[in-house]
Write a protein that binds this ligand. Structure first.
Ligand SMILES: NC(=O)c1ccc[n+]([C@@H]2O[C@H](COP(=O)([O-])OP(=O)(O)OC[C@H]3O[C@@H](n4cnc5c(N)ncnc54)[C@H](O)[C@@H]3O)[C@@H](O)[C@H]2O)c1
Length: 250
C-alpha cells in the first residue's frame, strides 16, 4: 500500500486477463483507484470485482470506444493519473511471403493503432488536470528483436517504442511521462495458447526464452509498470524497460 499518492486513478486496458489483470491488482494494492477496460466483459468485470474497481467495456481499436473509456474514467473518478496500455491480440503466425494483408492490418490495428488512440485520449485528459501523470505502453522483446513468422506483431511492437518516445518528447514539459515495458515470455493465457499450438512444453519454452530457466509471472511485469508510474521513477521518460529474464542479452 502507499506506493502511489492517495486518490490517484489508474486505467489498465486489457485488464481482464494475464498481465493486465496482475497490473490492475498491483495498482489497486499500491493505493490507486483502478479502472479496468477490456473487450472481454466477463474477464474485465471479474477483475474489477476482485479489486473493487470500475469496469468499462472497450474495444481499443475503436476511436469512439477509447474516447468513451477515458470519459467514463473521469466521470467515475474525476481524473486520470496513470494508464497502462496493455491490450493486444496474439502474434500472427505466417512468414512475409505468405502474409495476408487484411490479417496484417488487423494485428496492427489491435496492437499498434490502439496504443495511439489510448495515448491521444489519455494524454488529452492528463493535460487538462493538475499533477504529474504517467503512461506505460506494453511492448515486448519483439520490440527489440524480430521473430520469424510474426511480421505484424514484430512491426507493431517495434513501433510502440517509436510512439512511446514521440509521446514522451511531446508531453514531458507538461508533466506527463511516457515509457514502455517490454516483457519476455510470461506465463499468461496468450502464451499458453501459443505454446500449446506449437506443442512446446513450459520447460522447453523457458529454456529457449529466459536465462533464468523459467517463464516470468504477470505479477513481475506488473511491478515494472507500477514503478514506471510511481514517483520513484520521476526522472524516467521515453524509456523501454525490458523484463525478460535476460533473454535479450544473449
Ligand atoms: N504473455 C507474454 O509472454 C507476452 C510477452 C511480451 C509481450 N506481451 C504483451 O503483454 C500484453 C498482455 O498480454 P497477455 O499475455 O497478458 O495477454 P492476454 O491475452 O492474457 O490478455 C490480453 C487482454 O487484452 C484484451 N483485448 C484483446 N483485444 C482487445 C481489444 N480490441 N480491446 C480491448 N481489449 C482487448 C483481451 O480480451 C485480454 O483480456 C500484450 O500487449 C502482449 O502483446 C505478452
Amino acid at each position: 500500500m502507499g506506493v502511489l499518492p492517495a486518490t490517484t486513478v489508474a486505467l489498465v486496458t486489457g485488464g481482464g486477463s494475464g498481465m493486465g489483470r496482475a497490473t490492475a491488482h498491483a495498482f489497486a494494492d499500491a493505493g490507486a483507484r483502478v479502472v479496468v477496460a477490456d473487450l472481454d466483459a466477463e474477464g474485465g468485470k471479474a477483475v474489477a470485482g476482485e479489486i473493487g474497481g470500475h469496469f468499462v467495456h472497450t474495444d481499443v481499436t475503436s476511436p469512439a470506444a477509447v474516447e468513451n473509456m477515458v470519459a467514463e474514467t473521469v466521470a467515475h473518478h474525476g481524473r486520470l493519473d496513470y494508464a497502462v496500455n496493455n491490450a493486444a491480440c496474439p502474434p500472427d503466425t505466417t512468414r512475409i511471403v505468405d502474409a495476408d494483408v487484411e490479417s496484417f492490418r488487423r494485428v496492427l490495428d489491435v496492437n499498434l493503432t490502439s496504443v495511439l488512440l489510448c495515448l491521444k485520449y489519455e494524454i488529452a485528459q492528463m493535460l487538462a488536470q493538475d499533477g504529474p501523470c504517467a503512461v506505460v505502453n506494453i511492448g515486448s522483446i519483439r520490440s527489440m528483436r524480430a521473430q520469424a513468422g510474426s511480421p505484424a506483431y514484430t512491426a507493431a511492437k517495434h513501433a510502440i517504442i517509436g510512439l512511446t518516445r514521440t509521446a514522451a518528447l511531446e508531453y514531458a514539459a507538461a508533466g506527463v511521462r511516457v515509457n514502455a515495458v517490454c516483457p519476455g515470455a510470461i506465463n499468461t493465457p496468450m502464451v499458453l495458447k501459443a505454446r500449446t499450438a506449437r506443442g512446446e512444453s513450459e520447460a522447453d519454452m523457458a529454456a529457449r526464452l529466459s536465462l533464468l530457466g523459467r517463464l516470468g509471472t504477470p505479477e513481475e511485469v506488473a511491478q515494472a509498470s507500477l514503478w514506471l508510474c510511481s514517483p520513484a521513477s520521476s526522472l524516467v521518460t521515453g524509456q523501454a524497460l525490458v523484463a525478460d529474464g535476460g533473454y535479450l542479452i544473449r
